[in-house]
Design a protein around this ligand. Sequence first.
Ligand SMILES: Nc1ncnc2c1ncn2[C@@H]1O[C@H](COP(=O)(O)OP(=O)(O)OP(=O)(O)O)[C@@H](O)[C@H]1O
Length: 279
Amino acid sequence: MIQVKGVWFHYQPEEAPRKDWALQDINLTIMPGEYVSVIGPNGSGKSTLSRLLNGLLLPVEGEVRVGGRLTANTQDLWYIRQQVGLVFQNPDNQIVAPTVQDDVAFGLENLGVSREEMKERIRDALEAVGLAGMEQREPHHLSGGQKQRLAIAGILAMQPKVIVFDEATSMLDPQGRKDVLGIIRQLNEKGTTVIHITHSANEAFLAKRVIVMAEGRIQLDLPADELYPIALILEKWGLDVPLAVRLHHRLLGHGWHLRERITSLEDLVTDLWRFLSKD
Ligand SMILES: Nc1ncnc2c1ncn2[C@@H]1O[C@H](COP(=O)(O)OP(=O)(O)OP(=O)(O)O)[C@@H](O)[C@H]1O
């Protein structure tokens, strides 16, 4: 679905030494239907990468292809932007219309979609994010989580194959975050390719594959269940380590006879339960 080959990027390439570039030799293939998270410290290049994936930015060197088409080809950009939707951190910056319904319609108006189809797409998109019945509400009266769900509905109505969530949960309260994470999971289960950029290791491990970025480079690219047992390594890049991993290591260190390897919090709980019920 997405191929990134030998990509180098800097915002002012003529001024900076190569080692300071925002992206350095990025190579990445994302297959249809994948759920991939990208985690990394501030300034590691995650957002820059997300903007390269739908042609908002173009590589200085290397290439990005979506469905085989190059983002550098101006005549393919329209197609590419329809295929890859971006949801950003701040929902307030993504809302453009006076009602929920008009906001979802906004992106569709340029697509030449018929009136009937538009109605259908708006209905389906609002339903998918749990905002059905709120069509006439004014977006600025919605909660942060509802606004972010509205932003997602606007993207969904365009029927993209891939959605990139760029820190899309970081401004939300715990409930809003939970709702959005649930929507992300459901979208992926229905076949949408998901790329989830996040600071949170706990969120990152909801994906099936985790990419760790630091200093403009991909440092690790592993199935989540292979990274989980060695997740203490995330500290090396100043990232949080999931609580279950820290707890597991501590308990092993104190001589608890748990399994050497856990692949999720549920896994640890099951193992603890087994251990405690032996006595
Ligand atoms: N619009 C811009 N103009 C100039 N430099 C930028 C711009 N946006 C980002 N940069 C620089 O590019 C590098 C990568 O930034 P980027 O925002 O992609 O990282 P990030 O991993 O998404 O960080 P964060 O987690 O803080 O959002 C940083 O050195 C940053 O200062």
